[in-house]
Ligand binder design. Structure first.
Ligand code: GRG
Length: 305
């Protein structure tokens, strides 16, 4: 990827702004969940929401919203809704029946900290919590009900069988099997890419973008979503557990096909960069100037965790 330096907007500021606003919402939501349902489930929900991720998806919601001309503060609620769906997926991904991992975001996974049935419930309970957060966000922005309806459809469609759940299912079925690159592209686009695409689409919808702008931001999300998972494959093969805050080398242990196993480290890296370039080209092709989105695209493929 070759971006002229003057077009890059200050990345730490972009991530910090989204993290700060979304963490406030997640902390408030965790407090509510400690009260209801309360008890051990409330504690487990608060624990899962309290783990510190990079908040890339919220940053993409913010940046897409701004790129489409949005200015309201309430966008943090929409961004938090996406992060809550992501959090549910991590809790379930780590379960013994899936990737069976003990560490996440530098802390014990939810099922290690509590137990498997509590963590399973936590994941499921987070889905309606995300929809509640989305509705609260839409209300704070005084968005029409029809817009909230479209946003809920975007988020839930991306989370379901045609998106994240379907991708994870294919991913689990693919363990120990030889996959072609086309199979892997489909798994990556659904398992990881769909929610990232939805994050960008939601920012555009919340801003009331016209069809062309919304399509370009969605296309940006589709390409950067695939690049994100290719970068994740690379990190799993090349970074340490300390850098990742989770067990490195899991893909090889589980005999998963990845971009690295199919194309090697250099081949995977060049595909990640190519898809990041395609993402930025989608913006420029529609005349969208967004230093923030271009910075995020660069970060997604060059990050070390
Ligand atoms: C019932 C089959 C079935 C599935 C349930 C578990 C699940 C749904 C889906 C798994 C989706 C998943 C975990 C995809 C991987 C996405 C990914 C690369 C996560 C890491 O994201 P980062 O790097 O993590 O943004 P942080 O911790 O920074 O938020």
């Amino acid at each position: 990827m070759s971006l002229p330096a003057h077009r890059l907007t200050d990345l730490p500021t972009i991530l910090q702004e989204a993290r700060h606003a979304v963490d406030l919402r997640l902390t408030r939501r965790a407090e509510l969940l400690r009260q209801s349902p309360g008890g051990r489930d409330g504690e487990a929900l608060a624990y899962a929401l309290g783990t510190a991720g990079k908040r890339v998806r919220p940053a993409l919601v913010f940046a897409s919203y701004r790129a489409a001309g949005g200015e309201a503060e309430g966008i943090a609620g929409i961004a938090a809704a996406v992060e809550i769906v992501h959090t549910y997926s991590l809790v379930h991904d780590d379960l013994p029946c899936m990737d069976d991992d003990a560490q996440r975001r530098g802390r014990p996974t939810t099922h290690m900290q509590f137990d498997t049935s509590t963590a399973t419930r936590t994941g499921f309970l987070l889905v309606p919590v995300a929809v509640e957060e989305l509705a609260d966000g839409a209300q704070a922005m005084a968005l029409p009900d029809a817009t909230l309806g479209r946003m809920a459809e975007t988020l839930l469609e991306a989370s379901g069988i045609r998106g994240m759940v379907g991708g994870q299912w294919l991913d689990l079925e693919g363990e120990g099997r030889r996959l072609e690159l086309a199979d892997l592209v489909e798994i990556h686009r659904r398992k990881t890419g769909a929610l990232i695409e939805a994050a960008c689409a939601l920012g555009a919808t919340a801003a009331g973008a016209d069809r062309r702008t919304e399509a370009a931001l969605t296309e940006f999300g589709r390409e950067i979503g695939l690049a994100f998972q290719i970068a994740d494959d690379l990190l799993d093969a090349t970074a340490t557990s300390a850098e990742l805050g989770k067990t490195a080398g899991r893909d090889a242990t589980l005999e998963k096909a990845t971009y690295v196993s199919l194309l090697g480290v250099a081949g995977a890296r060049s595909e990640a960069l190519r898809h990041a370039d395609l993402a930025c080209a989608a913006l420029r092709g529609s005349g969208i100037e967004s230093g923030a989105l271009e910075s995020l695209a660069g970060y997604i493929v060059q990050r070390r965790s």
